[in-house]
Design a protein around this ligand. Structure first.
Ligand SMILES: [Zn+2]
Length: 199
């Protein structure tokens, strides 16, 4: 019973994107959508909202991107999510991953992203329906952030089992870990920590 309750709480935290280690404030504007999308899994403790179609459907609905999840959609959502994480690791000093770039470009083509020129600001708009179109909105948000320069401050935590995405508000954009306490400290205490968790 307790375990079920805590699983529900964990799931809700991912759905509502309220968990921000280190007391960091999330990204603002449409960039927060990208951050929330990549943070749909707690890689260290679980759960992963995209383990089943229902989780993906529920997350999309929460973000006003409601779409019916059809065969293959969940796999494509996972591919886009992990490709974005890869780019966000590159924002944190990891090498560029050409396969991730290619995956995002494929997803952008599937979403049929097109430029639009409304008076309140130019934007890329997905012409595809369904989950492909919803993923297109996330890609359009990432693209806009790359153009306006805010993208480089969105980073994935480099501790292998973490990968949590945070928005770096430090003066020189020099933060590395999602939280010094959660990840930075553990990596620093490396050998000691590994010895203890193994035994
Ligand atoms: Zn971390």
């Amino acid at each position: 019973m307790l375990r079920l309750l805590s699983a529900l709480v964990e799931r809700e935290a991912l759905l509502s994107h309220l968990d921000h280690p280190g007391g960091r404030r999330p990204a603002t504007g449409s960039l927060e959508l990208v951050q929330a999308f990549v943070n749909t899994v707690d890689r260290e403790h679980g759960p992963d909202l995209f383990d089943d179609d229902t989780g993906l459907q529920e997350w999309l609905a929460r973000r006003m991107l409601a779409a019916e999840v059809l065969a293959g959609d969940r796999e494509r959502a996972l591919e886009v999510r992990e490709a974005l994480r890869s780019l966000l690791l590159a924002n944190n000093g990891e090498p560029h991953d050409p396969a991730a770039q290619a995956a995002l470009e494929r997803a952008a083509r599937r979403a049929r992203l097109e430029p639009a020129f409304p008076p309140d600001g130019a934007a890329l708009v997905p012409r595809a329906a369904g989950v492909d179109g919803a993923l297109g909105r996330i890609l359009a948000a990432a693209f806009a952030a790359m153009v306006d320069g805010s993208w480089t401050r969105l980073k994935a935590c480099p501790r292998e089992v973490c990968g949590w995405v945070f928005y770096d508000r430090s003066t020189n954009a020099s933060a590395t870990w999602c939280s010094m306490r959660v990840c930075g400290g553990r990596v620093k205490a490396g050998a000691y920590y590994r010895r203890r968790t193994r035994g």
